[in-house]
Design a protein around this ligand. Structure first.
Ligand code: ZN
Length: 157
Protein backbone atom coordinates (compact mmCIF):
# COMPACT_ATOMS: atom_id res chain seq x y z
CA UNK A 1 0.00 0.00 0.00
CA UNK A 2 1.45 3.40 -0.88
CA UNK A 3 1.63 6.14 1.74
CA UNK A 4 -0.84 8.38 -0.05
CA UNK A 5 -3.46 5.68 0.22
CA UNK A 6 -2.58 5.09 3.87
CA UNK A 7 -3.10 8.79 4.56
CA UNK A 8 -6.50 8.66 2.91
CA UNK A 9 -7.43 5.67 5.05
CA UNK A 10 -6.27 7.51 8.16
CA UNK A 11 -8.48 10.44 7.22
CA UNK A 12 -11.60 8.30 6.83
CA UNK A 13 -10.98 6.63 10.20
CA UNK A 14 -10.35 9.94 11.98
CA UNK A 15 -13.39 11.54 10.37
CA UNK A 16 -15.69 8.72 11.49
CA UNK A 17 -14.24 8.55 15.00
CA UNK A 18 -14.67 12.31 15.45
CA UNK A 19 -18.09 12.54 13.84
CA UNK A 20 -19.62 9.06 14.14
CA UNK A 21 -22.68 8.45 11.95
CA UNK A 22 -25.85 6.85 13.33
CA UNK A 23 -24.62 7.71 16.80
CA UNK A 24 -27.20 7.77 19.59
CA UNK A 25 -29.74 5.71 21.48
CA UNK A 26 -32.27 3.82 19.38
CA UNK A 27 -35.40 4.34 21.49
CA UNK A 28 -37.47 1.50 20.04
CA UNK A 29 -34.64 -1.00 19.46
CA UNK A 30 -35.73 -4.66 19.42
CA UNK A 31 -32.31 -5.81 20.55
CA UNK A 32 -29.52 -4.04 22.41
CA UNK A 33 -26.03 -5.49 22.60
CA UNK A 34 -23.25 -4.17 24.75
CA UNK A 35 -19.81 -4.94 23.33
CA UNK A 36 -16.73 -4.77 25.47
CA UNK A 37 -13.07 -4.85 24.44
CA UNK A 38 -11.18 -4.75 27.76
CA UNK A 39 -7.81 -5.14 26.02
CA UNK A 40 -8.16 -1.59 24.68
CA UNK A 41 -10.98 -0.12 26.80
CA UNK A 42 -13.45 0.14 23.92
CA UNK A 43 -17.19 -0.06 24.47
CA UNK A 44 -20.01 -0.19 21.93
CA UNK A 45 -23.74 -0.17 22.68
CA UNK A 46 -25.58 -1.30 19.59
CA UNK A 47 -29.33 -0.96 19.05
CA UNK A 48 -31.11 -2.66 16.15
CA UNK A 49 -34.70 -2.55 14.97
CA UNK A 50 -35.73 -5.19 12.43
CA UNK A 51 -38.31 -4.80 9.67
CA UNK A 52 -41.11 -7.34 9.24
CA UNK A 53 -38.91 -9.09 6.63
CA UNK A 54 -35.98 -9.31 9.05
CA UNK A 55 -34.00 -6.49 7.45
CA UNK A 56 -32.04 -4.00 9.53
CA UNK A 57 -34.55 -1.20 9.52
CA UNK A 58 -32.68 0.93 12.05
CA UNK A 59 -29.23 0.58 13.56
CA UNK A 60 -27.58 3.01 15.94
CA UNK A 61 -24.77 2.92 18.42
CA UNK A 62 -23.20 4.78 21.28
CA UNK A 63 -19.89 4.09 22.92
CA UNK A 64 -16.38 5.25 23.49
CA UNK A 65 -12.88 4.01 22.88
CA UNK A 66 -10.11 4.21 20.31
CA UNK A 67 -10.56 5.69 16.83
CA UNK A 68 -10.55 2.26 15.16
CA UNK A 69 -13.38 0.88 17.32
CA UNK A 70 -15.62 3.91 16.92
CA UNK A 71 -14.91 4.41 13.21
CA UNK A 72 -15.57 0.73 12.52
CA UNK A 73 -18.95 0.99 14.28
CA UNK A 74 -19.84 4.16 12.40
CA UNK A 75 -18.89 2.71 9.01
CA UNK A 76 -20.71 -0.52 9.84
CA UNK A 77 -24.00 1.21 10.65
CA UNK A 78 -23.80 3.26 7.45
CA UNK A 79 -23.18 0.15 5.41
CA UNK A 80 -25.85 -2.06 6.98
CA UNK A 81 -28.80 0.24 7.58
CA UNK A 82 -31.69 -0.99 5.44
CA UNK A 83 -29.91 -4.20 4.38
CA UNK A 84 -31.52 -7.61 4.35
CA UNK A 85 -30.46 -10.23 6.85
CA UNK A 86 -28.61 -12.20 4.15
CA UNK A 87 -26.71 -9.14 2.94
CA UNK A 88 -25.82 -8.29 6.53
CA UNK A 89 -24.46 -11.77 7.22
CA UNK A 90 -22.35 -11.84 4.07
CA UNK A 91 -21.00 -8.38 4.92
CA UNK A 92 -20.11 -9.63 8.39
CA UNK A 93 -18.11 -12.52 6.94
CA UNK A 94 -16.48 -10.32 4.32
CA UNK A 95 -15.40 -7.81 6.95
CA UNK A 96 -14.03 -10.52 9.23
CA UNK A 97 -11.99 -11.89 6.31
CA UNK A 98 -10.81 -8.39 5.42
CA UNK A 99 -9.27 -7.78 8.86
CA UNK A 100 -7.97 -11.31 9.52
CA UNK A 101 -6.65 -12.69 6.23
CA UNK A 102 -3.92 -11.58 3.89
CA UNK A 103 -5.93 -11.41 0.72
CA UNK A 104 -5.38 -8.29 -1.35
CA UNK A 105 -8.66 -8.41 -3.18
CA UNK A 106 -11.12 -7.11 -0.63
CA UNK A 107 -14.73 -7.44 -1.77
CA UNK A 108 -15.77 -4.19 -3.45
CA UNK A 109 -19.10 -4.45 -1.63
CA UNK A 110 -17.35 -3.40 1.57
CA UNK A 111 -16.81 0.11 0.19
CA UNK A 112 -15.31 2.48 2.78
CA UNK A 113 -14.97 -0.40 5.23
CA UNK A 114 -11.88 -1.42 3.27
CA UNK A 115 -10.01 1.32 5.15
CA UNK A 116 -9.93 -1.11 8.09
CA UNK A 117 -7.75 -3.69 6.37
CA UNK A 118 -4.59 -2.10 7.79
CA UNK A 119 -5.44 -3.54 11.22
CA UNK A 120 -4.67 -7.11 10.12
CA UNK A 121 -1.01 -6.45 10.90
CA UNK A 122 -1.95 -5.77 14.53
CA UNK A 123 -3.88 -8.53 16.37
CA UNK A 124 -4.92 -6.21 19.22
CA UNK A 125 -6.38 -3.75 16.70
CA UNK A 126 -8.36 -6.51 15.03
CA UNK A 127 -10.36 -6.75 18.28
CA UNK A 128 -11.03 -3.02 18.11
CA UNK A 129 -12.21 -3.23 14.50
CA UNK A 130 -14.33 -6.33 15.12
CA UNK A 131 -16.01 -5.13 18.32
CA UNK A 132 -19.09 -3.54 16.70
CA UNK A 133 -19.38 -6.53 14.34
CA UNK A 134 -19.30 -9.01 17.22
CA UNK A 135 -22.13 -7.04 18.80
CA UNK A 136 -24.00 -7.13 15.50
CA UNK A 137 -23.48 -10.89 15.16
CA UNK A 138 -25.04 -11.33 18.61
CA UNK A 139 -27.92 -9.01 17.68
CA UNK A 140 -28.66 -11.12 14.60
CA UNK A 141 -28.64 -14.33 16.64
CA UNK A 142 -30.79 -12.94 19.36
CA UNK A 143 -33.18 -10.59 17.51
CA UNK A 144 -34.85 -9.45 20.79
CA UNK A 145 -33.74 -8.47 24.28
CA UNK A 146 -30.36 -7.51 25.63
CA UNK A 147 -26.94 -9.13 25.59
CA UNK A 148 -23.30 -8.50 26.32
CA UNK A 149 -20.35 -9.69 24.25
CA UNK A 150 -16.66 -9.42 25.02
CA UNK A 151 -13.62 -9.80 22.79
CA UNK A 152 -11.94 -11.70 25.63
CA UNK A 153 -14.48 -14.52 25.81
CA UNK A 154 -14.74 -17.04 23.00
CA UNK A 155 -18.27 -17.70 21.86
CA UNK A 156 -19.71 -21.07 22.86
CA UNK A 157 -19.86 -22.38 19.33
ZN1 ZN B 1 -9.51 -0.11 20.57
Amino acid sequence: MNSELEELYQEVILDHSRRPRNFGELADAAVRVHGDNPACGDEIHLGVKFGSDGSLQEIKFTGHGCAISQASASLMTMKLKGRSRDETESMLHAFHDLVTTNTNDAPKALGDLQVMKGVRKFPQRVKCAMLAWRALEQALQQTVGEATVSTEIDSAD
